[in-house]
Design a protein around this ligand. Structure first.
Ligand code: ZN
Length: 564
């Protein structure tokens, strides 16, 4: 995942009421059944041994489709068995996830023509692009350019940037983030400063494809994107891994890409338009897409490779309502062999990210098994392909083994904190669903507090596996280790986070360290145990708060068989 860097924030009691976008709506509805539960018996030795094993060089950084995957999957199956789980997929421990790797090559420049002008932009420095289609050759040929503002079609908000424009064969030029990202507070059609899914680049390409566009090009801008061009360039070049799409991705755009902001200014300038003025217009409801009287062309070749990867899944059947499920998830994959560091080490071991979260699945499974069956079934899902774009979780959510309509909700774990015990936890995406009330109850039992994420504009809720489920309506919590450390307070907590981000995150140095202080991680696990247990002993179906972007998807899924 992309590491959250948190600023100091006063610890707040997190309630749906204080965090909700709409206090009245989020506290409305019947009181939830939130049973008190006993503490879980969590084994620190399990955490240590599973993390150490998964992060060892023998596992080669756990890249999907490599021998490192085979070892990881075999090992996890053994651990799940020993923990007392049953195979989760109709007698099998795995769910096969078909992947497609597409690597572009021989990129020609991005050529813009029209209005008596011709411009050419270099691949890498000025623009990057890929295709989601399994084509040997990609050829975007004189495709008409249309500026579509934020590229959002949100019927529930009465907002459609594509209204009245036929995008067939055309290329959309799209602003990053969502229309009210510059707001200070969290009020606004797109939750103010907080990012919504409509602000994520994944959404923008999905919507452009639904509109029938041939191309979709996002204008990079460091502040609203939350990362620099270097990140775009490094992550959009080289082999890209995708889920296998039906018809080889024929329903996708030909080209998805990014341009640097100064490039966009030049393109719009050639059409006699001004980026700042168009951006301002795009922030207003009723904005109309602007055809630019220009065309875009580029071409490149692609090498396509297909392989299968595996999600690993185990279940503890419920005693009372076994057909209702509570989900724990964590990604087992990491980056595999990567850029060598100064010592020549080229294995990105991913000890923290996410051997710790995967070990937590095993430790939680053991603790729940020891406590005996809960009323509802507990599902433990170790997903593949997170680092390639949440692929394993997305595949699961699109092809759920346990119907989402019969799944109550869940909790995802990605990179536990080894900073030592903290007084608080960091809630990413708080105020979205009534799962917050379960979190509150568990925090109370644990004598801890919640701190909301300090940078909701960066959209961290949309960047790990819980999002794949949330997007399809399943309420999911994402709770990170806190930063207000028992020893040293927030200053020490932030120093730990900064050190991890700068010196270990996605680097060969994210290695297992026998000197780690596990006591804080164990406290976090204890909280995750209680939340899962409370959900598994409850009769309630906590939903997204009224007006949340995922509420409609959940309401629809609840109409399904045995639903909610
Ligand atoms: Zn991760």
């Amino acid at each position: 995942m992309i590491r959250t860097v948190l600023a100091a924030g006063a610890a707040l009691a997190l309630t749906a009421c204080s965090m909700g976008q709409d206090g009245a709506a989020s506290t409305a509805g019947a009181a939830l059944d939130i049973p008190q539960v006993a503490a879980g018996d969590l084994n620190i030795d399990t955490m240590k041994s599973v993390t150490e094993k998964l992060a060892s060089d023998e596992f080669e950084g756990r890249a999907p489709g490599t021998p490192g995957e085979d070892k990881t999957v075999a090992y996890l199956i053994e651990e799940f068995k020993q923990a007392g789980l049953e195979p989760g997929n109709n007698g099998s421990w795995t769910q096969t996830v078909p992947f497609v790797e597409i690597e572009g090559r021989d990129f020609s420049p991005l050529k813009i023509a029209g209005q008596g002008k011709e411009m050419s932009f270099a691949f890498g420095d000025d623009w990057v692009g890929v295709t989601y289609r399994e084509d040997e050759q990609t050829d975007l040929d004189n495709s008409e350019l249309v500026f579509v503002g934020y590229g959002i079609n949100a019927p529930e908000k009465g907002w459609n940037d594509y209204a009245g424009v036929d995008m067939k064969g055309k290329t959309a030029i799209i602003l990053v983030n969502d229309p009210d990202y510059e707001t200070e507070g969290l009020e606004g059609p797109f939750n103010g400063r907080a990012m919504t899914y409509y602000g994520r680049w994944t959404y923008k390409y999905e919507e452009a494809a639904r509109q029938g566009a041939a191309g979709a090009i996002i204008i990079h801008d460091t502040f609203p994107a939350a990362y620099g061009w270097n990140v775009v360039e490094s992550s959009w070049t080289g082999p890209q891994v995708y889920p296998e799409r039906k018809d080889g991705g024929a329903d996708q755009t030909l080209v998805n890409g990014w341009v640097q902001k100064p490039v966009a200014q030049k393109i719009l300038g050639a059409a006699g338009k001004d980026l700042a003025a168009l951006s301002a217009a795009a922030k207003k409801k009723g904005f109309k897409a602007v055809p630019l009287g220009l065309t875009a062309s580029t071409r490149f070749g692609n090498t396509v490779r297909k392989f299968d990867s595996q999600n690993v899944v185990g279940v503890l059947p419920g005693a009372e309502r076994p057909n209702e499920y509570v989900l724990y998830s964590a990604h087992w994959d990491h980056l595999g062999h990567c850029k060598p560091d100064a010592t020549g080490d080229d294995i990105c071991n991913g000890a923290v990210d996410n051997a710790t979260g995967t070990a937590a699945l095993v430790a939680l499974a053991e603790a729940h098994a020891k406590a005996g069956p809960a009323d509802r079934s507990l599902v433990f899902l170790a997903v593949t392909g997170e680092e390639s774009g949440l692929l394993g979780s997305d595949y699961y959510a699109a092809n759920p083994i346990f119907p989402l309509s019969q799944t109550v909700g869940g909790l995802n774990m990605d990179a536990l904190s080894l900073a030592g015990p903290a007084k608080d936890v960091t809630v990413v995406g708080g105020g979205k669903s009534r799962l917050d009330e379960f979190l509150d109850a568990a925090l109370k039992q644990e004598g801890r507090t919640a701190t909301p994420e300090s940078t909701p504009e960066k959209g961290y809720y949309y960047r790990s596996d819980h999002f794949s489920m949330a997007k399809r309506g399943l309420p999911m919590l994402y709770v990170d280790g806190g930063e207000d450390l028992v020893e040293g307070g927030t200053e020490a907590g932030q120093a730990y986070a900064k050190d991890y981000t700068e010196n270990r995150y996605h680097q060969p140095s994210d290695e297992y360290d026998p000197a780690w202080d596990w006591s804080g991680a164990l406290k976090d696990l204890s909280l995750y145990y209680r939340i899962g247990r409370m959900l598994a002993m409850s009769t309630s179906w906590p939903n997204w708060v009224e007006g949340d972007e995922f509420r409609a998807a959940r309401d629809k899924s609840c109409e399904g068989e045995g639903g909610c």
